[in-house]
Design a protein around this ligand. Structure first.
Ligand SMILES: NC(=O)c1ccc[n+]([C@@H]2O[C@H](COP(=O)([O-])OP(=O)(O)OC[C@H]3O[C@@H](n4cnc5c(N)ncnc54)[C@H](OP(=O)(O)O)[C@@H]3O)[C@@H](O)[C@H]2O)c1
Length: 266
C-alpha cells in the first residue's frame, strides 16, 4: 500500500519471475537502485549491487540476506570502462551468468545553463551518459554469448524527452542521451537476444528530488499542488516498472521508454 506522501510502498512479490537469474544493478546502495535490488532478490534473482561506496552496498546486501536472498556488493565507478567490465565479470564469476542489468546509477547537478560549471557538465556526462554506454557495451558483449540472452533496463528521467524543469538543462541533455542510447542499442542487439528498454521516472522519493533547502514535507506539498496524481512516486513503484520490463512478461517490448511520473509530462 502506498502512503499518502508516496514515500514508501509495499509492492507484493507474489511471483518469482527471476528465479535462478543473475542481475546487476548500479546505484544500488540507495534510492531507486536499492529498491530494484530488493525487488529482484525477492523474486528469486541473485543480485550484484554496484556503486562507488562500499558501505551502502553492504547495507543493501544485508537487507537482501535478511529476507533470505542472495547478493554481492561490488564497488565500482560506472564512468570507468574497466569497472563496467569488472562488474560483468563479477556476476559471471560468482553466479555463472548475467541475465538482467539495470543501469540506474546517475547524478544530478542543478543550475541554470549559463551558471552551471563546466565540471558539473562533464561529471553528469561521465556518469549518466558514458556510464550507460560503457555498461551497455560490457553487458551486451556477455549477454549475446548466452543461449538465453538477457534483458537490460536503463534509468533515464522524464526531464530527458518528456518535460522540462528550470535549472536542469544539462541533466536533461544527459537523460535524453540515455533514452537515445537505449533505443539505438535495442535495435542493434535485439537479434542477438538482448532486449533493452528504458524507464523515465519523474520525481521519486529519494534525496535527488528534493530542491535545495526543501524538506520532505515541503516536497509532499509541492507534489500535491503541482502533479496530476498529487504525489511523487515511491521507489518501489519505479522498481516495479523496471522489473516488468526486465521480465519475460515484457518479451515483446523493445526500446520502449516507459514514463512513470505521476502525470507530470501529460
Ligand atoms: N529521484 C528522482 O526523482 C529521479 C527522477 C528521475 C530519474 N532519476 C534517476 O534515477 C536514478 C537513481 O537515482 P536516485 O533518485 O535513486 O538517487 P540516489 O539515491 O542518489 O542514487 C544514485 C546512486 O548512483 C550511485 N552512483 C553515482 N555515481 C556513480 C558512479 N560514478 N558509479 C557508480 N555508482 C554511482 C550512487 O552511489 P555512490 O555515490 O556510492 O556511487 C547512488 O547509490 C538516477 O539515474 C537518476 O537520475 C531519479
Amino acid at each position: 500500500m502506498t502512503t499518502a506522501s508516496g514515500t514508501t510502498a509495499d509492492i507484493p512479490a507474489a511471483r518469482a519471475r527471476f528465479t535462478g537469474r543473475t542481475a546487476l544493478v548500479s546505484g544500488a546502495g540507495s534510492g531507486i537502485g536499492r529498491a530494484v535490488a530488493l525487488a529482484l532478490a525477492a523474486e528469486g534473482a541473485q543480485v550484484v549491487v554496484a556503486g562507488r561506496r562500499r558501505e551502502p552496498l553492504e547495507e543493501t546486501v544485508a537487507l537482501i540476506e535478511e529476507r533470505g536472498g542472495t547478493a554481492l556488493a561490488a564497488p565500482a565507478d560506472v564512468s570507468r570502462a574497466a569497472d563496467a567490465e569488472a562488474l560483468v565479470a563479477a556476476a559471471v564469476d560468482r553466479f555463472g551468468s548475467l541475465d538482467v542489468a539495470v543501469n540506474n546509477a546517475g547524478i544530478f547537478r542543478g543550475g541554470t545553463l549559463a551558471d552551471l560549471s563546466e565540471e558539473d557538465w562533464h561529471s553528469q556526462l561521465a556518469v549518466n551518459v558514458t556510464g550507460v554506454f560503457l555498461a551497455l557495451q560490457a553487458q551486451v558483449r556477455r549477454m549475446r554469448t548466452q543461449p538465453s540472452g538477457g534483458a537490460i533496463v536503463n534509468v533515464s528521467s522524464n526531464f530527458g524527452l518528456h518535460t522540462a524543469s528550470p535549472g536542469a538543462a544539462a541533466y536533461a541533455a544527459t537523460k535524453a542521451a540515455v533514452t537515445a542510447l537505449s533505443r539505438g542499442a535495442a535495435l542493434d542487439h535485439i537479434r542477438d537476444g538482448v532486449r533493452i528498454n528504458v524507464v523515465s521516472p519523474g520525481a521519486t522519493a529519494t534525496g535527488m528530488s528534493l530542491r535545495p533547502g526543501e524538506s520532505e514535507a515541503d516536497r509532499t506539498e509541492r507534489a500535491r499542488a503541482t502533479l496530476p496524481l498529487g504525489r511523487i512516486s515511491a521507489t518501489e513503484e519505479v522498481a516495479a516498472a523496471i522489473l516488468y520490463l526486465a521480465s519475460d512478461e515484457a518479451a515483446s517490448l523493445v526500446g520502449t521508454d516507459l514514463v512513470i511520473d505521476s502525470g507530470a509530462s501529460l
